[in-house]
Design a protein around this ligand. Structure first.
Ligand code: NDP
Length: 335
């Protein structure tokens, strides 16, 4: 069983040297256990936080152990009556080819139906990132028809879902993404009303002017994935009683400071700003997954994947995700 372990903790930007490849035998199954062959690994921005020792909302990833992460795969051996060989499953298998799951922890492995939804989508639009987008949009921003919702990292796994769910609710969806190609995709494929290439704007004033052009009635909801200049520009265009779902601040994940220049606007505009962690809201997952699964199965919710090939490619693909080299959900395909 080939695995990737965290070998050392990065200071600032992580490098491939922070990871190491380890080979261990696949253990024999005890009663109640299931052996899963992982088909895809999910690479997610939160993993950067876990590589550091500093306390965050998630515990640090232990050194010299398999990198934690979401996986989808197939049951290849089972000593558990709830799982049969051939079952397709989603779980937290980590960066390794095989995983052994204990019967006692049955909740951590879920069977999934791949009749209408591809297996990999359970790591993206019909998985944790999709539910993240759903929670922030539906439970925090809660847009009314005709309102304007802005989302950063709009071509990504979370952001792409947010804009499309906003459109389903009759809102105007405006994305921000890095580069013309990503922006074209966000509008033409995902059906957002507009998308701004933030890399074309060197300062807050210029970006706020672009937002003014695309959001003529101001901004009622902002789904925050990035932080920094984008947040500052959005604040300048935010309407009274607007809502911000604080989902991520990837611009600061390597330790960069992310100051907020005009927090007084929260008061002036009587805004609601709410942070959330999707795994703390398991109660909404069934409702969210039902909507997301139906929209994906009927072709009404689109998504894109960037697929790195083979376990060895996981570290580089992860470093790329933190630099925006991914275009849509970043996965690693194992078989
Ligand atoms: P994405 O698929 O959106 O990939 C990350 C994207 O972030 C990149 O493609 C890049 O897009 C953008 N990016 C990277 N670095 C920067 C930077 N310095 N400045 C601006 N943009 C940058 O990832 P996800 O959809 O998986 O995650 C999106 C956000 O949601 C992250 O912040 C993540 O931490 C957060 N999240 C939060 C959860 C929660 O429970 N609160 C759960 C899941 C995710 P571009 O090229 O357009 O800049």
């Amino acid at each position: 069983n080939r695995q990737i372990h965290l070998a050392s903790r990065p200071t600032g930007e992580p490098t491939a040297d922070n990871f190491k490849l380890v080979e261990t035998p696949v253990p024999d199954l005890a009663d109640g256990q299931v052996l899963v062959r992982n088909h895809y690994l999910s690479l997610d921005p939160y993993m950067r936080g876990r590589m550091s020792e500093s306390k965050s909302y998630a515990d640090p990833q232990p050194l010299n152990q398999v990198m934690i992460g979401g996986t989808v795969g197939e049951v290849v051996a089972s000593k558990n009556s709830h799982f049969a060989v051939g079952d397709k499953v989603v779980g937290m298998g980590g960066w390794q080819e095989f995983q052994v799951v204990d019967g006692q922890q049955r909740g951590v492995l879920q069977k999934v139906d791949t009749t209408h939804v591809p297996l990999s989508a359970y790591l993206g639009a019909v998985g944790m990132p999709g539910v993240t987008g759903w929670y922030g949009l539906v439970k925090i921003i809660n847009p009314k028809a005709g309102e304007t919702v802005v989302v950063s990292a709009a071509s990504g796994a979370v952001g792409g879902a947010v804009g499309q769910l906003a459109k389903v609710r009759g809102a105007r969806a405006v994305g921000l993404a890095g580069g013309a190609e990503k922006c074209r995709y966000v509008v033409e494929e995902l059906g957002f009303d507009a998308c701004i290439d933030y890399k074309q704007h060197k300062d807050v004033k210029s970006l706020a002017a672009a937002l003014k052009a695309e959001c003529p009635n101001g901004i009622d909801g902002y789904f925050e994935n990035v932080g920094g200049m984008i947040l500052d520009a959005v604040m300048l265009r935010a309407n009274a009683f607007s809502r911000i779902a604080m989902c991520g601040m990837i611009a600061g994940y390597n330790g960069e400071p992310i100051p907020m220049t005009a927090p007084q606007l929260i008061l002036v505009n009587r805004m609601k700003v709410e942070g959330f962690i999707v795994s703390e809201h398991m109660d909404v997952w069934p409702e969210a997954l039902k909507e997301l699964g139906t929209l994906v199965a009927t072709g009404k919710l689109k998504y894109r994947e960037t697929v790195a090939q083979g376990l060895d490619s996981a570290p580089e693909a992860f470093l790329g995700l933190l630099k925006g080299r991914n275009f849509g959900k970043q996965l690693v395909k194992l078989i």
